[in-house]
Design a binder for this molecule. Structure first.
Ligand code: GLN
Length: 455
């Protein structure tokens, strides 16, 4: 009840596409009854959660913040949501995003932008970050204890960083993608936004593990993670030189060295490392993203489901009119670019070449995490600055600016490794600044324990 009230009170922030009052109500009655009979609370009994609106929810509108799926009501639940429900969590609403999760600001939703609650002023507000901005704001504004986002290039960590909450991107395949409407199948992972590392860990323990509906999930059974007061004496942390990129604010760099010192005081070994392919990562990400987008978006043709535009002259015309009306400019331009890169004459020149570069980026991680003399974790900033004002972001908004926002986050998706964004300090504007930890595949336990120290 309190969560719903809070969500309604903060309607201005536009964190939710749909508030699920009926679901919440039936859920809490059932939950109470169940507890009365069994006296056995489930892991997340009664915990209010939000789910990004690109995860299918049975009988509940799932829009991807698009005209194309504005009236789409799925007939099944995403695995992530069914596991959360089974653990007793209670859905408050479906959270706003950039259309089809393409963006870094939650400024490109057909339902309007989401607003950052920090220093909120109706006429002069900051972006929430994206694309899971609605999920981050649902947590930051107190409507939900945790929310699910998706992370393809940083979409969970980026809004978490700008809204001052924790954002966890698990290892690729640790959490099922079944029911997550795909952006880039080889990089998408459900992400977790929560106020603390402890809360994020509890949610991970509920949603992680193999799923027969997603053949890319890791087959090994998942053992729940425990947090303890971890000694950092034997932990080696790498600071990758190449993450000092142009446009990074001084305050972010200061926060980075502040936390490095802090970890050193806790007896961790700090080492400067080099990851030479970091600077090509943005371009590689963008080409691979557009190629997969071109193929994934082909299903929206106005025939089977989703929007159907009024066009009666030919099937071709029906496809074209529907897709023009159903997708915003960002989505349309990625489809065009992706199809260009996949043309027979460009396939080897662009697509195959970027796959090779992706391997080199993955190898950079392999080298720094190498067993004999490598580091255990990497520490970097999450975003280049604190949350920009909406007006400034929009004025500077072009593809390059948007891509820059992901400079520190997208390499982890290309390597499939886990990463977490943790708020560490306030900037002179009194806005959160966050740092990121990354580790080798399936190193969540150590990563979360060290994140807890930093928080
Ligand atoms: N900003 C990136 C993009 O637009 C990341 C998106 C995401 O992680 N979903 O592709």
């Amino acid at each position: 009840d309190l969560s719903l009230q809070k969500a309604k009170k903060t309607r201005d922030l536009n964190a939710f596409v749909t508030l699920t009052e009926d679901v919440a109500e039936t859920h809490s009655i059932e939950s109470e009854k169940r507890f009365y009979v069994t006296k056995d609370p489930r892991m997340l009994d009664g915990i209010p959660i939000g789910i990004k609106d690109n995860f299918c929810t049975n009988n509940i509108l799932t829009t991807c913040a698009s005209e194309m799926l504005k009236n789409f009501v799925p007939t099944y639940d995403a695995t992530v949501y069914s596991r959360l429900r089974r653990a007793g969590a209670c859905l408050v609403g479906k959270c706003n995003l950039d259309e089809f999760a393409m963006g870094s600001g939650t400024v490109d939703s057909t339902f309007g932008p989401t607003r950052n609650p920090w220093l909120y002023d109706e006429h002069n507000w900051r972006i929430a970050g994206g694309s899971s901005g609605g999920s981050a704001v649902a947590v930051a504004s107190g409507s939900c204890v945790a929310a699910i986002g998706s992370d393809t290039g940083g979409s969970t960590r980026n809004p978490a960083a700008l809204c001052g909450v924790v954002g966890l991107k698990p290892t690729y395949g640790l959490v099922s993608r079944h029911g997550l409407i795909p952006l880039v199948n080889s990089m998408d992972v459900p992400g977790i936004l929560a106020r603390t590392v402890e809360d994020a860990t509890k949610v991970l323990n509920v949603i992680a593990g193999p799923d027969e509906n997603d053949s890319t999930t890791i087959k090994k059974p998942f053992s729940p993670i425990t947090l303890r007061d971890h000694d950092l004496l034997n932990v080696k942390i790498g600071i990758p030189r190449e993450y000092h990129c142009e446009g990074m604010s001084n305050e972010v760099i200061e926060a980075w060295s502040y936390v490095t010192d802090l970890l050193e005081k806790e007896h961790a070994t700090i080492r400067s490392v080099s990851m030479p392919h970091t600077s090509v990562s943005i371009a590689v990400y963008s080409i691979l993203n557009q190629c997969e987008v071109a193929s994934n978006m082909a299903r929206y043709d106005g025939i089977e489901y989703g929007l159907r535009a009024n066009a009666n002259n030919s099937t071709e015309e029906l496809y074209a009119t529907t897709r023009h009306a159903g997708f915003n400019k960002v989505v349309r331009s990625r489809i065009l670019a992706g199809n260009y890169f996949l043309l027979t004459r460009n396939y080897v020149k662009y697509f195959i070449k970027t796959l090779k570069l992706r391997r080199l980026i993955q190898n950079d991680f392999k080298n720094v995490f190498n067993r004999e003399n490598g580091v255990h974790l990497l520490l970097t900033p999450t975003t280049l600055s604190d949350a920009p004002l909406y007006e400034d972001f929009i004025a500077r908004y072009n593809r390059e600016q948007c891509a820059l926002q992901d400079y520190c986050t997208q390499p982890a998706n290309m390597a499939g490794i886990p990463a977490i964004s943790i708020p560490v300090k306030l900037s002179s504007n009194k806005l959160p600044i966050s740092l990121q930890l990354m580790g080798p595949a399936l190193s969540e336990e150590l990563m979360l324990n060290v994140a807890k120290k930093i928080q």
